[in-house]
Design a protein around this ligand. Structure first.
Ligand code: ADP
Ligand code: SF4
Length: 668
């Protein structure tokens, strides 16, 4: 429990709150979110870190209560049998050790759970299509009784595991919400039709759970008040009426919006919605309820968080992505170390991985998933500082310099551009990606704090082989990044597009520099992500843009970040034409020849300019020259080690470059 504050400014966040019988030490909570870590030491370390960082309440992720809600291959939470209790008990103890409370989210996915492991038929309120290549079974009354009982059994295990409370998953178009919603429920028995009938399953689940928890456990729900689909629940209709009718049968509510069909609104990326975007929906519930209400929706700023509390939007401020990006947000706020907060950029790399069964990582926070090995915010200082030269101040070089500096090394970070940031300086200027600049800005501020790190920028900081040789450093870290290929190679060809060297063939950076107007522009893409989307959006304002890709669609990388729908909407509205299934065969003076990658059929497209966003290549000449001569460098200079990090090794996501810099920073 916190008793002393460094400042009054954000005190409201650090008042305790009672959720039924449970007193939570403050108003900052982590709403449930998956990470595909399963149960065990990593899950425990991940949740405990947030408690260590000051989150008063952590809600463990969606946890399977029954074999008919099996999301193989994703490793979600599990509470369907007694073997799951010991690892959860360990997690509860670890969170308690740091003064936090831990709830578990009891979950049945209904139609969304394909049951690929258990081979049970998917269940739902009604037999309606899921978009998952199967149709669920409409639950019989025996099925309903079995699942209601399974929720109770889950609550019983949660009690035995020592959880402080239960959050029922009554949101996001999963089973409880499939019963509540007229969009999913077209039954004509006592579980369908009228609102009271649609609420019957939820009421039975609450009762079953209440019967199995102890008096000192809280029972609440995560609930979608507005489904953002035609025919679904709305915050000015039945969505709110359900809140009114269930009311204080629950000890607290965690209000959300969106279902599977509107997932872009549920976990909105920064390119889709600005900060705090759900909060008016949450207020609709807060105004009706006497029990505490939590709300989320890309809340990252401490002043906003306080205002949301003080103005009565929420009783508790929920942060999922911000708690991933900086699990120490509450502690930094309490200590008024506001500019040390590593703000989430809303890129959704985290959720894009976990929902595919890939263990969660984060663009901003490289220690995620490594908490036990790399304690966040803690650095092992070195007894004998080394003189280190870092060449290149993109995400990898900055992160390396920051970590090495924290450890006490003497670091010179040399960046040939006028500002640090590398690729972020370009990508952060693309439409709707402004928040991505936080990758650069947070690290710039942190580097300024470190006395033993010197940053040099501009043309005099450009390092060639001779400069490095004579610099006097013991360790050289090459972080020179990557560049977009000028030749248009794809995974299907591995060869330059004939005509690639014509003057009107441009890289993405050149294209925005040239800034043509009133021309035909062909973008040839295999990135399928934010650069091609951003360049298309920028150029479409004044040009006729045709987007050619060998893929069956476009922006495949943006599917799981929930950005693709927004990208398509924007580009279609801007008049961009799409030519999927096609590759460029040749670039000529005024047009390009394309070929269908399946049939080979050729067409031509008018093209004043061609932009390639097919692949990036590492800027690794300096690194290769240095390593080729390492033996003689060791003899004739102070240089002992040469390393390469980030895109200079392999062009990947920003998250991977940051991770790579962090990893070497911890090791050197
Ligand atoms: P990463 O994502 O791996 O950090 P980036 O491409 O974002 O890669 O950043 C690499 C940075 O390295 C760029 O800002 C670039 O200007 C800088 N750079 C490349 N070559 C040199 C060099 N020889 N001297 C100094 N800076 C360099
Ligand atoms: Fe935020 Fe991106 Fe990290 Fe997710 S991956 S927490 S959206 S910075």
């Amino acid at each position: 429990m916190y008793t002393k504050y460094m400042s009054d400014r954000h005190n409201a966040l650090f008042e305790s709150i009672d959720l039924g019988p449970v007193t939570v030490p403050n108003r900052v909570f982590q709403p449930p979110h998956g990470n595909a870590y399963g149960l065990g030491d990593q899950q425990t370390a991940f949740r405990a870190e947030k408690a260590r960082g000051g989150f008063g309440l952590i809600v463990q992720e969606y946890s399977q209560i029954h074999e008919s809600t099996d999301v193989t291959p994703v490793d979600s939470g599990y509470i369907h049998d007694d073997e799951t209790i010991p690892p959860q008990r360990a997690m509860v103890d670890a969170v308690h050790d740091h003064g936090g409370k831990l709830f578990v989210e009891l979950w049945h996915g209904g139609a969304t759970a394909g049951n690929y492991g258990s081979r049970r038929p998917p269940l739902s309120a009604s037999q309606l299509p899921t978009g998952n290549y199967y149709t669920p079974k409409e639950m019989e009354h025996a099925d309903i009784r079995e699942i209601v009982a399974a929720f109770g059994d889950g609550a019983d295990r949660a009690r035995r595991a020592g959880y402080d409370g239960i959050e029922l998953h009554a949101a996001h178009g999963y089973l409880i919400s499939q019963f509540l919603s007229p969009f999913y429920n077209d039954r004509d028995d006592e579980y369908g039709g009228s609102l009271e009938n649609r609420m019957r399953f939820f009421r039975e689940v609450i009762e079953s759970v209440r019967e199995n928890v102890s008096d000192d456990m809280a029972v609440g729900a995560r609930y979608t008040i507005d489904e953002r689909v035609e025919g679904g629940l709305t915050a000015d209709g039945d969505g709110l009426e359900i809140v009114r009718r269930i009311g204080d049968d629950l000890d607290f509510w965690d209000i959300d919006i969106g279902v599977k069909q509107s997932i872009d609104d549920m976990i909105a990326p920064s390119r889709r919605h600005s900060k705090n975007y759900q909060i008016d929906f949450v207020k609709a519930a807060t105004d009706e309820l006497d029990v505490p209400v939590g709300g989320t929706g890309r809340i990252t700023d401490p002043d906003d968080a306080v205002a949301l509390l003080e103005e009565g939007y929420v009783d508790m401020v929920g942060m999922a992505r911000q708690s991933i990006s900086d699990p120490h947000w509450p502690r930094k706020v309490r200590e008024e170390r506001i500019d040390e907060i590593r703000e989430c950029i809303g890129c959704n790399v985290c959720v894009s991985q976990s929902r595919q069964g890939i263990p969660l990582t984060c663009t901003q926070n490289p220690t995620v998933g490594r908490e036990a090995v790399w304690p966040p915010e803690e650095y092992e200082t070195v007894d004998e500082p080394k003189g280190i030269l870092v060449v290149g101040g993109g995400p990898a070089g900055m992160e390396f310099a920051r970590v090495a500096g924290e450890r006490g090394h003497l670091v010179h970070l040399n960046e040939k551009a006028e500002t640090l940031g590398g690729r972020v300086n370009f990508e952060g200027t693309l439409p709707d990606l402004g928040e991505w600049n936080r990758v650069r800005d947070w690290r710039t501020t942190e580097l300024e704090r470190l006395d033993d790190v010197a940053v040099h920028t501009g043309s005099r900081a450009e390092m060639c082989y001779d400069d490095v040789e004579s610099y006097g450093a013991e360790v050289v870290v090459v972080a020179t990044g990557a560049r977009w290929s000028e030749k248009g190679e794809t995974s299907g060809t591995h060869r330059p597009v004939p005509g690639w060297n014509r003057d009107h063939v441009l890289t993405p950076e050149d294209a925005l520099e040239v800034d043509p107007s009133g021309r035909n522009v062909v973008i040839f893409d295999e990135e399928g992500y934010n650069v091609s989307a951003g360049v298309a959006q920028s150029l479409a304002a004044d040009n006729d843009v045709t987007f050619v890709t060998p893929s069956a669609s476009a922006f495949d990388q943006a599917v799981h970040t929930f950005e693709r729908g927004t990208i398509f909407t924007t580009l279609f509205e801007s008049g961009v034409e799409f030519v999927p299934h096609h590759a460029l065969e040749e670039i000529r003076d005024d047009d390009v020849v394309t070929a269908n990658v399946h049939s080979g059929a050729q067409t031509t497209l008018e093209a004043d300019y061609v932009v390639f966003t097919t692949m990036r290549k590492s800027n690794d000449d300096l690194y290769r020259d240095l390593t080729a001569n390492l033996d003689s460098l060791r003899q004739s200079t102070e240089i002992e080690e040469v390393h390469a990090i980030g895109d200079c090794v392999s062009p990947r996501r920003i998250a991977d470059a940051v991770y790579s810099g962090h990893e070497l920073g911890r090791q050197v």
